[in-house]
Design a protein around this ligand. Structure first.
Ligand code: PBG
Length: 326
C-alpha cells in the first residue's frame, strides 16, 4: 500500500503539524446577561452556568475572562416588565442601567471590547423586534428606534453595535445616524442571516423576551433557505456592515461557509443558547463527554468559515485551553 493516511495521524505531534483549524480565545465573543443593580445575580435555569449579572458581578466576570484571554463581550439586558412599552423607549433612556453598565465597564477595562445588542425585544411590551401595529411588525418605524438605541449605546462607549432584529435597511440607517453623531469608528456586526429558530428558547427565558403573540417568521429567515442568506449578505455588505453574522451556528454551517466564500469581511457565527443548553443537558445526564463535544462544536463552526464565534462556552473553553485539557 503506497498511500497510508494513518501515518499522518500516528501521534499528537504529527497530528498537530497539519491541523487545519485551531481556536484561539481571540476568536471568541462571550455573551453576558445583565440586570439592574438592585437585583441579585441569578442563574438562567435553561442555561446552567450562565447568570443575569448586576454591575459588580459583571465587572468581576469580565476581569476573570480577560485573565483567560477572552476580551470581547456582548451584553444583553434583562429588563423589568414595568419598564417595557410598545416603542421600547427605555432602550435609549438616560437612566437605562444597560447604558450605565457599558460606561462603567469601559471605564474600568478600557482594553475590553464591548459589543451591544440593538433590537427592541428586551424592552418591548410585545416581545417583538419591531414596532407592532394591528398584529404586524412595522419595518420603517422600527428603524427610528434602532437608530436612537445605537447612538445611545455608542455614546455609552460601545465598540461594536450588533443589530439583531432583521428589519430591512437597518444597517444603512444605523451607519448614517452613527456617522452623523460623530461615531464613525463604531463598528457594526450585523445579524445578517438570522433564522427563525427553535434554538433561541433559553435566551428568551434569560431575558423574559418571548413574543407575546405570534412568532418572528415575518422578519427572521426560513430555515429551509440558503440563497436568501446571500441576498441578506449583499444588502448588509453594501450598507456598510463590518462583520456579517450567521445565527444559529450548528444547523447553518453551510451558510457560514457560503458567506465566507463570497464576502471579504469577517464572518461571525452565533453558537446560540439552545446549542449550549443541549450539550449541558446531555452532559448533566452523563450521556456525552462535555469538553470533547464542546471543542468539536467550536471547531466545526470555525472550520465552516467563521472568523469569530459568539458562544456561551467562551470562558469554559478558555479555561480548558489554559489548563491544557484539550
Ligand atoms: C433578539 C435576539 C435573540 C437572540 C439574540 N438576540 C432571540 C430572538 O430572536 O428571539 C438569541 C441568542 C441565543 O439564543 O443565544 N433580538
Amino acid at each position: 500500500m503506497l498511500r497510508r493516511p494513518r501515518r499522518n495521524r500516528k501521534n499528537d505531534v504529527i497530528r498537530a503539524q497539519h491541523r487545519e483549524t485551531n481556536i484561539h480565545t481571540d476568536h471568541l465573543i462571550y455573551p453576558l446577561f445583565v440586570v439592574d443593580g438592585n437585583q441579585e445575580r441569578s442563574e438562567v435555569k435553561s442555561l446552567p452556568g450562565q447568570f443575569r449579572l448586576p454591575l459588580n458581578d459583571l465587572l468581576k466576570e469580565v476581569e476573570s475572562c480577560m485573565e483567560l484571554g477572552v476580551r470581547c463581550f456582548d451584553l444583553f439586558p434583562a429588563v423589568d416588565e414595568s419598564l417595557k412599552d410598545a416603542d421600547a423607549t427605555y432602550s435609549y433612556h438616560d437612566d437605562n442601567f444597560y447604558l450605565h453598565y457599558i460606561r462603567a465597564l469601559k471605564e474600568r477595562f478600557p482594553e475590553a471590547v464591548v459589543m451591544t445588542d440593538v433590537a427592541m425585544d428586551p424592552y418591548s411590551s410585545d416581545g417583538h423586534d419591531g414596532v407592532v401595529k394591528d398584529g404586524k411588525i412595522l419595518n420603517d418605524p422600527t428603524l427610528e428606534v434602532l437608530g436612537k438605541m445605537s447612538v445611545a449605546q455608542a455614546q455609552a462607549g460601545a465598540d461594536i453595535i450588533g443589530p439583531s432584529d432583521m428589519m430591512d435597511g437597518r444597517v444603512e440607517h444605523i451607519r448614517m445616524v452613527l456617522d452623523d453623531a460623530g461615531f464613525s469608528d463604531v463598528s457594526i456586526m450585523s445579524y445578517t442571516a438570522k433564522y427563525a429558530s427553535a434554538y433561541y428558547g433559553p435566551f428568551r427565558d434569560a431575558l423574559d423576551s418571548a413574543p407575546k403573540f405570534g412568532d418572528k417568521k415575518t422578519y427572521q429567515m426560513d430555515p429551509a433557505n440558503q440563497g436568501e442568506a446571500l441576498l441578506e449578505a449583499e444588502i448588509d455588505y453594501a450598507e456598510g456592515a463590518d462583520y456579517l453574522m450567521v445565527k444559529p451556528a450548528l444547523c447553518y454551517l453551510d451558510v457560514i461557509h457560503l458567506l465566507k466564500e463570497n464576502f471579504p469581511v469577517p464572518i461571525a457565527a452565533y453558537n446560540v443558547s439552545g446549542e449550549y443548553a443541549m450539550l449541558k443537558a446531555a452532559a448533566a445526564n452523563g450521556w456525552i463527554d462535555y469538553e470533547w463535544a464542546m471543542r468539536e462544536m467550536l471547531l466545526s463552526i470555525k472550520r465552516a468559515g467563521a472568523d469569530v464565534i459568539l458562544t456561551y462556552f467562551a470562558k469554559e473553553f478558555a479555561q480548558m485551553q489554559k489548563d491544557g485539557r484539550l
